[in-house]
Design a protein around this ligand. Structure first.
Ligand code: ARG
Length: 457
């Protein structure tokens, strides 16, 4: 790093170099850093700021460096402060004098902002694709189990029958909003900061638009001070990732509950379950549990960066180097979680018989029986009270609604007739024939819409 210590007589203390270096984690930025430098060098030559020969030497050198890092032969010198210096130092080794011209009309402040935006754009694209793949897996399971009913819960108490597909489609909606959030965050990430220099802009006749075009950016930043000190785009990704992980974590919780012996609504494929070191009977949903647990890290990274940013005066401050590890970890965690969830959901088996038994032993038809009385002329509040007493009685006799005799029903209301036995799980589902409801026709329609959304129909 000697070439940026012009004013100093001493080298940095070894511990200080270690403390301040971002190289152990920001090496990941190398493809973006090199792409940015190539575009910058070409523009400098087009504008006559450096010679075409120098630009050519720089571009050639940078391409070789990329190949070295790709292959793993590049030597990362720990005394270099960051990936930007590591690449520049190697370039000087390779092409000498010309390498020193690359940093004309540029600062590491706009350079790192560019690299992070390029990295974020790719992360957003991959995240959106991965969520879509996961949504397709949800739809396939929903489709394959179209007729399966399960108890729907509120307060984790059996509430009303719902189609299993309806329950999965609820998650489809959450993940669709996640896709939209990432897509929205892309609009603000897709801004090219080079030309902002250290903070005030640069004093050369550069062409920012052409650099933006070469690097595939939709627009250039409008204020140099903002461009070098804005990390909102990372916060937005981390916020969207936190919400998406929260959704995955809720689903994880359901899968954990559904695989329990007490519920037994689903069974995970063996490839997605783990055993216990002591209890041979165990088949544990560790993937779901770890996803639920890792959600904490993703939230933590959002909180960490919000805290880093909150007191920073304009423009660049070294604190901002702290944006990286958390961001990289969040991207890696979210992508990996989506990937394993896709496989786990795609391979799970639904146990329709267990779901049926759970429906029959709970009193999920209570609302429908109250509605039945309402249709016979009872006020809903009175009907609610009657059915409440009926449930209490049925529980005391250890009977389900269907095992109660008509005389038993009539003890609670003379309005009960033989047709009370028509109040079945199927009838209850079919009755919810409202847009967004769980009636089979509505769910089939919703499946069709969802398939169109992910481009499968
Ligand atoms: N490693 C630094 C970071 O990640 C790069 C920018 C350094 N700029 C500076 N003025 N020291 O933020």
């Amino acid at each position: 790093m000697t070439h940026i210590r012009g004013r100093f007589k001493k080298a940095a203390d070894k511990k200080v170099a270690e403390y301040t270096s971002s190289l152990p984690f920001d090496w990941r930025l190398y493809p973006y850093d090199i792409a940015g430098s190539i575009a910058h060098a070409r523009m400098l030559a087009r504008q006559g700021i450096i010679s075409a020969e120098d630009a050519e030497a720089i571009v050639k050198g940078l391409k070789e460096i990329k190949a070295e890092i790709d292959k793993g032969t590049f030597k990362f010198k720990t005394e270099l402060e960051d990936i930007h210096m590591a690449i520049e130092a190697r370039l000087m080794e390779k092409v000498g004098e010309a390498g020193g011209k690359l940093h004309t009309a540029r600062s590491r402040n706009d350079q790192v902002a560019l690299d992070m935006r390029l990295y974020a754009k790719e992360a957003i694209a991959r995240t959106m694709a991965q969520i879509k793949g996961f949504q397709k897996a949800l739809l396939a399971v929903a489709e394959a189990n179209k007729t399966v009913a399960i108890p729907g819960y509120t307060h984790l108490q059996p509430a009303q029958p719902v189609l299993f597909a309806h329950h999965l489609l609820a998650y489809f909606e959450m993940f669709q909003r996640d896709v939209e959030r990432f897509s929205d965050c892309l609009k603000r990430t897709d801004v090219m900061p080079l030309g902002s220099g250290a903070l005030a802009g640069v004093s050369y006749n550069i062409d920012r638009e052409s650099v933006a075009e070469e690097l595939g950016f939709k627009q250039v930043s409008r204020n140099s001070m903002d461009a070098v000190s804005d990390r909102d785009f990372i916060l937005e990704y981390e916020a969207a990732a936190s919400i998406c992980m929260m959704h995955l974590s809720r689903l994880a919780e359901e899968l954990i509950i559904w695989t329990s012996a007490e519920f037994g609504f689903i069974e995970l494929d063996e490839a997605y379950a783990t055993g216990s070191s002591i209890m041979p009977q165990k088949k544990n949903p560790d993937v779901a549990e770890l996803a639920r647990g890792r959600t904490g890290r993703v939230y933590g990274n959002l909180m960490a960066l919000l805290t880093v940013m909150k007191g920073l005066p304009l423009a660049y401050n070294r604190d901002m180097q702290e944006d990286k590890e958390g961001f990289f970890e969040t991207v890696t965690t979210l992508l990996a979680t989506l990937e394993v969830f896709t496989g786990m959901v795609a391979t799970l088996k639904v146990n329709a018989d267990n779901a049926r038994r759970a429906l029959e032993r709970s009193y999920v038809l209570a609302t429908d029986i109250a509605d039945y009385l309402v249709k016979k002329g009872e006020a809903f509040r009175t009907a609610h009270g009657i059915v409440g007493k009926l449930v209490r009685y049925a529980i005391s006799k250890g009977k389900s609604f269907h095992n109660l005799s008509l005389p038993e029903y009539k003890k609670f209301s003379s309005r009960f007739e033989e047709d009370v036995y028509n109040v079945t799980i199927e009838a209850s589902l079919a009755a919810r024939d409202v847009a967004g409801g769980t009636a089979p026709g509505q769910v089939a329609k919703a499946l069709g819409v969802a398939k169109r959304v992910v481009g499968e129909a």
